[in-house]
Design a binder for this molecule. Structure first.
Ligand code: PHE
Length: 501
C-alpha cells in the first residue's frame, strides 16, 4: 500500500490498544495538529483508523475575571476598605467606603450587591456595616478564579455557574479527538506501507508533462475543523453601495460623477433654494476658504437668477428676496448630491438631454449635523433622477418599490413632504428589522418648473436622495449608524455582516 507521507506518519504513531489524541500524535510526528487531524480523517475514510471525539466543557477567565484575580473582587475590596474604616464596630458612610475602596462606575453596583449576597455585612440608610464574624478569605468564587488563573480545573460547578452569570468566566466547549488503529490498519502496517508523493494542486506543468498520471492527489476533507480565516473583506457599506449600483444599472440607470466641493450655484441655486434658506447658513454648510469659481455658464446663471427673483413659468412668482451671483460662486462641501443632478440636467456634464434619461450616483455628502444614532456628518447619498415626457407620483413610488424590493424591503411608506425644489415631495420610511422603529430612508419628489425651466429641461423629472447608511441599517440590522463605520463599529460585525438580497 502507498500512502501520503503525513498519513503514514500518523498511522505509524497510532496504536491498536491505546487511544492517542491528536495532540499526542502531533508531538510524536512533529506535524501540525490540523495536519494530523486531516490525515486521521483520511485514514478513517480508508478504514485504517478509528477516530473518537469527546466534547468537554471547560471554564476560562474573561478579561474582567482576570482583572479581579489581580485587583481582588470588588466586594472584597469594599469589605477591606470598610474594615479599615472601622465599619466592624460602627456603621461608616457608604461614600467614604467606596472612595477608600477606589471603586467607580459599574464596579460600585457589583461590589454592593455581592457584598450583601455573601453576608460580608449590611447596608442601611447609606451606611455600611461589616459583619464581624464574616470571613472574606473563605470565598469559593475567588478561589475558583485563582484556580483558573493558575490553570487548575475548578471543582464546584455551582461556583462556575455563578461566575459565568457574573461574566467573570466563560464556559467553552472543546472537542478532543483520539485515534486507534483498526484491524485493517494493523494489517496494512504489517504488510508494509510506502510513502506516495502527494500533490495538493493540479498545475499546468503536471498536465503538460503527463506526470499527473503517476502522482497521488491529496484529498480535501471539507468537513474538517479549521480555524476561521478572516482575511480582507470589502466593507459592508461599500458592498451595499456596490449592490445599489448594480441594482440601478439593472434598472437602466447611468452613473453620474462630479465634485465633492462645488459652488453654491450647483448645490443650491439651481435647486431654487432661496439664498437666505436656513440650510445655506454657516450652521449647516461646510464652507471652504477657497477662491469662488467663475466657471458657471453665464446664460444659465442669469436664468437661475431670474427664477429666484421673478419666478419661472406662467404663474411663477419667485422669492423677491436678495440674490447674489457672488454667493452662488462660493465653494462648499456639497450637502447633497443633487448638485450632480443639476450639472447633468443642465447638459453641463455633457450628457444627452432628450427624454427619457435615467441617472444615479452613490456618493458622499457633508452636513454640519449633530452626531447621533441616525446621523453622521458625512454620509452616502443614493441620488437619482428620471426624465421623461410625462411622469406621475405613481412612477416615483413604483421605482422605489422596485428598488427596495431588491434588498428584501417590501414595506416602505411615503409621507408628503416639502422641498423648495420639488412639488409634490415625499419622504420615505422603512421599519428597522430589529427595533421595529420607523426610520426615514429618503426624500424625493418631482422637480418644479423653477428648477427644470432655467436648466432647459423639456419634460418631467422625478428625483430622489436616499441614505445608503440607512439602507444598510435595514439590511444588516445595525441599529446605530455608528455601528456601521467609525471607531464604534464592531470588528466581528464587519467580518460577518451580510448585505442581504
Ligand atoms: N436633496 C434631497 C436631500 O438631500 C433629496 C432629493 C433629491 C429630494 C432630489 C428630491 C429630489 O434630502
Amino acid at each position: 500500500m502507498r500512502l501520503p507521507e503525513r498519513q503514514l506518519a500518523v498511522l505509524e504513531a497510532a496504536s491498536a490498544t491505546d487511544e492517542r489524541t491528536i495532540g499526542d500524535l502531533a508531538a510524536e510526528t512533529g506535524l501540525k495538529p490540523e495536519t494530523v487531524t486531516g490525515a486521521a480523517f483520511e485514514l478513517r475514510d480508508e478504514g485504517l483508523l478509528e477516530v473518537t471525539e469527546t466534547t468537554r466543557e471547560h471554564a476560562e477567565l474573561t478579561d474582567e475575571g482576570a482583572r479581579y484575580v489581580d485587583e481582588g473582587l470588588p466586594e472584597r475590596r469594599l469589605y477591606r476598605a470598610g474594615k479599615e474604616l472601622g465599619a466592624a464596630d460602627a456603621p461608616v458612610s457608604m461614600g467614604e467606603v467606596i472612595g477608600a475602596a477606589d471603586l467607580d462606575g459599574p464596579a460600585v453596583d457589583i461590589a454592593l450587591s455581592n457584598f450583601a449576597r455573601k453576608g460580608l455585612g449590611s447596608i442601611d440608610a447609606g451606611e455600611l456595616s461589616i459583619d464581624p464574624d464574616a470571613d472574606p478569605s473563605d470565598d469559593p468564587e475567588m478561589a475558583t478564579l485563582e484556580a483558573l488563573a493558575a490553570g487548575t480545573p475548578p471543582t464546584a460547578d455551582d461556583v462556575v455557574d455563578r461566575l459565568d452569570s457574573r461574566g467573570l468566566v466563560r464556559v467553552v466547549e472543546s472537542v478532543t479527538r483520539a485515534v486507534t488503529l483498526t484491524d485493517a490498519g494493523v494489517d496494512a502496517l504489517m504488510a508494509g506501507v510506502e510513502t506516495a508523493e502527494t500533490v495538493a494542486e493540479l498545475t499546468p506543468e503536471l498536465l503538460a508533462s503527463g506526470e499527473w498520471r503517476d502522482v497521488e492527489f491529496a484529498s480535501y476533507d471539507v468537513e474538517a475543523d479549521a480555524p476561521p480565516a478572516t482575511g480582507g473583506r470589502t466593507h459592508v457599506l461599500r458592498r451595499t453601495a456596490d449592490r445599489v449600483k448594480d441594482v440601478l444599472v439593472g434598472m437602466g440607470f447611468q452613473e453620474m460623477a462630479g465634485p465633492h466641493a462645488d459652488s453654491d450655484f450647483w448645490i443650491n441655486d439651481c435647486l431654487f433654494m432661496p439664498q437666505d434658506h436656513p440650510a445655506r447658513t454657516h450652521w449647516d454648510r461646510f464652507a471652504l476658504d477657497v477662491e469662488p469659481t467663475d466657471d458657471i455658464p453665464e446664460t444659465l446663471l442669469s436664468r437661475v437668477e431670474r427664477a429666484h427673483r421673478e419666478g419661472w413659468g406662467d404663474d411663477g412668482d419667485g422669492y423677491h428676496s436678495p440674490w447674489s451671483a457672488d454667493f452662488a460662486r462660493e465653494i462648499a462641501l456639497r450637502g447633497h448630491t443633487t448638485s450632480l443632478s443639476m450639472r447633468y440636467l443642465s447638459g453641463h456634464a455633457g450628457a444627452p438631454l432628450d427624454p427619457p434619461q435615467r441617472y444615479f450616483s452613490v456618493e458622499k455628502v457633508y452636513r454640519n449635523d449633530t452626531l447621533d444614532p441616525t446621523h453622521l456628518l458625512e454620509f452616502f447619498q443614493i441620488e437619482g433622477w428620471v426624465m421623461a415626457e410625462d411622469l406621475s407620483v405613481r412612477d416615483l413610488m413604483g421605482t422605489f418599490e422596485e428598488f427596495y424590493r431588491q434588498f428584501g424591503i417590501t414595506d416602505i411608506r411615503f409621507k408628503p413632504h416639502y422641498n423648495p425644489y420639488t412639488e409634490p415631495s415625499f419622504e420615505l420610511f422603512g421599519d428597522h428589522p430589529e427595533t421595529g422603529e420607523e426610520i426615514e430612508i429618503g426624500n424625493s419628489g418631482i422637480f418644479r418648473e423653477e428648477v427644470t425651466g432655467p436648466l432647459g429641461v423639456d419634460g418631467d423629472v422625478m428625483a430622489w436622495g436616499l441614505a445608503l447608511e440607512r439602507l444598510a441599517m435595514l439590511t444588516t440590522g445595525a441599529d446605530d449608524i455608528r455601528d456601521l463605520h467609525g471607531t464604534l463599529a464592531d470588528v466581528e460585525f464587519l467580518r460577518t455582516a451580510e448585505v442581504s438580497y
